[in-house]
Design a protein around this ligand. Structure first.
Ligand code: 5GP
Length: 190
């Protein structure tokens, strides 16, 4: 997606050879026009997939997921992150190891919002090693619903996540694919 790649080149900050900071338009300040275009792009890619629901993870997945939900005309659920979780029967829970925080946390959604008939699109801001996406897919499987695909705003293609998700049979659609962050420079997959 050209507009997203330009935004990353102009406003992204390479923090190390495997971390990109995009606080200027996605992770802190949010660019609504870009988010709308992102929503339209996800909708175009998944319009024939029969999606009935979108699931993401708080906080940075919410903006792109809501815009995609608006375009596809479906509800959006965001999984909440809990450091410690009081046991409750009405939650689906999964453990996720955070790439950026390097800690494990539990994510959860209420079982009220997802049903066995749902065809669900997973959306997240970044794909690194695939743990957040796998955790979200786990929640969907607990509801006996179907994971129709995984939509990612920024994929770091030099990390393991994409192959892991493809190996598990998931369709992965990433709007920007980064080949390298070496030498403080963003290079996209050709
Ligand atoms: P994964 O679970 O695929 O290893 O990592 C994806 C999650 O980690 C995303 O939800 C995102 O919040 C965070 N993340 C991974 N890599 C980056 C990065 O380079 N920059 C930012 N800002 N977040 C990242």
């Amino acid at each position: 997606m050209h507009a997203l790649e330009q935004k990353i080149l102009n406003e992204g900050i390479v923090l190390s050879n495997n971390v990109l900071k995009v606080d200027a338009f996605l992770n802190h300040q949010i660019d609504p026009v870009l988010m709308q275009q992102i929503g339209q792009e996800f909708a175009a890619r998944f319009k024939d997939a029969g999606i009935t629901k979108i699931i993401t993870i708080e906080a940075s997945g919410i903006a792109p997921a809501v815009m995609a939900g608006l375009e596809l005309g479906v509800q959006v659920i965001f999984a909440r992150k809990y450091q410690s979780l009081t046991l409750k029967d009405d939650l689906y829970r999964a453990k996720v190891y955070s790439f950026t925080k390097q800690t494990e946390s539990t994510i959860a959604i209420s079982n009220k919002h997802i049903h066995s008939t749902d065809k669900v699109l997973v959306i997240d801001d970044f794909l690194a090693n695939g743990q957040a996406a796998l955790g979200l897919a786990d929640l969907i499987h607990q509801a006996n619903a179907e994971v129709v695909g995984i939509g990612i705003v920024i994929e770091k293609s030099f990390q393991t996540g994409r192959d892991l998700l493809l190996d598990k049979g998931y369709r992965v659609e990433s709007l920007a694919r980064i080949a390298s962050l070496d030498n403080e420079k963003v290079t996209f997959v050709k």
